[in-house]
Design a protein around this ligand. Structure first.
Ligand code: M6R
Length: 606
């Protein structure tokens, strides 16, 4: 069996006391994977590798990092895609001589051919990862007289697939060489050293200036600075970014978990997002004008797309939402010159969404990317992009990214409808005003979330649950179910409430939990009918409803009230208690909501 290191984090540094810095950097990248961890340093003129399966805390409990002295190292945190991870497959990987170490994030498409060629030439493999071929290819380049950088460049030309790579060699103990194709890679420098990482968040504590390594380019890190080579071997100077993120922005800020912190950050995240310059939204709206709009995303981001498709349709914009991994099949080869694609992704790195964008572009569509990561792959390949202002989201369960996506999509929907003439300027202004009230309303909900804790205790022993909604809140129901299932491992199904009687209802027996998203909107009367159907079969009803809706309170076993709002804003408000419900259920079940099993924050594999 072959193991591929796909969803991983890499970090490297040249600085005094490299090992604790490596560990700290890797800790910040653990959200990218936590199946195994390892680092390689140059110490006493030799490459020393320390690696094992498990997360960083487990790893640290087995080694004495103070015993390793070094000023240069590379590290890796891994998320395996097939089968169980093990020490041999953990990164870094060495060449046959043990003098070259490599960490890799990506997937090598032709590694089986490369590996058998290398084996035929006498190379011995210590793992069955795809990544190890890089170390042996570099070794061949070095043996033929190349320096480490040129050997990595030569290796990259033989490899097909995505790769962010960092390599060190005891023969050139003053440098780290890096290469990037399709996988993210950032390098940076600060007063104490130079750094490379899969995500800028890993280096905010150390670097003051950072650079995204351009696609297909090499970066060399030495004590004296950074240099870059473009795909043609020419020297290049990518633009620098000032690192303005406070290191504290990625810490838990006193909360027990990132998820809870991020739920509480939603008022400010929404308020920052509402500040997106209108001209950016207007320019994006002009791209959509007169076109059929296809909204695409994965997981939570798809739910934001679904909400937007309801809103856009209600405003006279021809729109539909398609899950990213299905877009290619849905479109087949139909020309898209009359369509525009809105691609939504928190990370901006989701492989399914990137694949959908590439396919749509090949068919002639213009693409607007909406991400929470300004310099991500999705913003880079989109024709225009809008950045949600959620700040770093570390918890695997998407929370504030969802609310900020909804807000951007709502603004975009109204401006597109205005550009099309299907709503008046006044209607658009009124909608913006309503959106302006969201941060205070979300803040009020957050103050009352403690009440959800009791409800969660009651439901934490359930095996199954339905989440039901109608209209635009079908998406809210889907999102509530996704939150509960992904972090509490309760089987939760989101469904359009009206559809529940066409099959799902057969599962309902006394005590079966049905969560209804049933605010005071145009669907309310019909959803009461659905609630009664479930009650008649003994279901336990928990409703998210509009403040003071006594009729619904009467028929519910438990409820959470949200402030009155226009219909299109209820998904923003009703999602918040559902996030808290999932969080507290996970806590009562003794689970870590920030690191649910089998999941990674950024899914960079198809
Ligand atoms: O970074 P993206 O928004 O593209 O990620 C998409 C999904 O992988 C993501 O929303 C996932 O479903 C979350 N774990 C949901 O909480």
């Amino acid at each position: 069996m072959i193991w591929c290191g796909l969803l991983c984090g890499i970090f490297g540094c040249i600085c005094g006391g490299a090992v604790p810095v490596l560990i700290d950097g890797l800790r910040r990248l653990e959200y990218r994977g936590y199946d195994s961890v390892g680092f390689a340093v140059i110490s006493g003129g030799r490459v020393l590798v320390v690696k094992d399966k498990g997360n960083i805390d487990e790893f640290l409990s087995k080694i004495d990092i103070d015993s390793v002295e070094s000023e240069i190292g590379i590290g890796h945190t891994r998320w395996a895609t097939h089968g169980a991870p093990c020490k041999e497959n953990a990164h870094p990987h060495l060449d046959c001589t043990g003098s070259i170490a490599v960490v890799h994030n990506g997937v090598l498409e032709n590694f089986l051919d490369l590996r058998s060629g290398l084996q035929a030439r006498g190379h011995r493999f210590a793992s069955n990862t795809d990544s190890e071929v890089i170390a042996h290819l570099i070794e061949e380049g070095v043996m033929s007289g190349m320096c480490l950088k040129d050997a990595l460049a030569a290796a990259s030309r033989k490899i097909r697939g995505s790769m962010a790579v960092a390599a060190i060699s005891s023969a050139e103990p003053d440098r780290i060489v890096c290469f990037r194709r399709e996988s993210p890679l950032v390098v940076g420098m600060g007063p104490g050293g130079v750094y490379c990482a899969s995500d800028i968040l890993a280096m905010v504590k150390y670097a003051t200036e950072a650079y995204h390594v351009p696609e297909g380019s090499l970066a060399t890190l030495t004590r004296v600075g950074l240099s870059f080579e473009g795909p043609g071997g020419d020297r290049i100077d990518p633009p620098s970014l000032k690192i303005s993120l406070e290191p504290g922005a990625v810490e838990r800020g006193g909360y027990k978990h990132f998820m809870l912190k991020e739920i509480h950050e939603q008022p400010i995240a929404v308020s920052n997002t509402l500040r997106i310059y209108r001209e950016y939204i207007d320019r994006a709206a002009l791209l959509l004008h007169g076109k059929r709009v296809l909204l695409t995303g994965s997981g939570t981001s798809y739910h934001a797309c679904l909400c937007a498709s309801y809103l856009m349709s209600s405003l006279g914009v021809d729109a539909m939402a398609v899950i990213s991994s299905e877009l290619q099949e849905y479109l087949k080869g139909q020309p898209l010159s009359g369509s525009a694609v809105v691609a939504v992704s928190q990370s901006g790195e989701t492989a399914d969404t990137l694949g959908a964008i590439r396919h749509a572009k090949r068919l002639g569509a213009r693409v607007i990317g909406i991400t929470n990561t300004l310099s991500s792959s999705i913003t880079n390949i989109s024709d225009a992009y809008l950045c949600t202002q959620g700040g770093p989201e570390i918890g695997v369960a998407a929370t504030k990214s969802f609310l900020t996506q909804l807000v951007v999509l709502e603004m975009l929907s109204f401006r597109t409808a205005l550009a099309a003439g299907s709503i008046s300027k006044q209607e658009c202004e009124e909608a913006y005003e309503e959106m302006g009230a969201l941060p205070a309303k979300i803040g009020g909900i957050i103050q009352r979330l403690e009440s959800v804790r009791e409800i969660a205790l009651k439901y934490s022993d359930r095996r199954d649950a339905f989440f039901l909604g109608r209209g635009i809140n079908v998406a809210t129901a889907l999102e509530g179910a996704l939150k509960l299932k992904e972090i509490s491992y309760i089987h939760a199904e989101g469904y359009p409430a009206g559809e529940s009687k066409h099959g799902p209802i057969s599962l309902v027996e006394p005590g079966f939990l049905c969560v209804f998203v049933s605010p005071m909107d145009s669907t309310r009367q019909r959803i009461i009918g659905n609630i009664m159907e479930m009650k008649a079969r003994g279901a336990e009803i928990f409703s998210v409803l509009t403040e003071g809706d006594s009729e619904l309170i009467e028929v519910s076993d438990g409820y959470f009230e949200v402030p009155e709002s226009p219909e299109y804003l209820y998904p923003v408000l009703c999602t918040v208690p559902l996030q808290a419900l999932a969080y507290y259920v996970a806590i009562y079940k003794g689970l870590d909501p920030d690191r649910p099993r089998n999941l990674a924050k950024s899914v960079t594999v198809l």
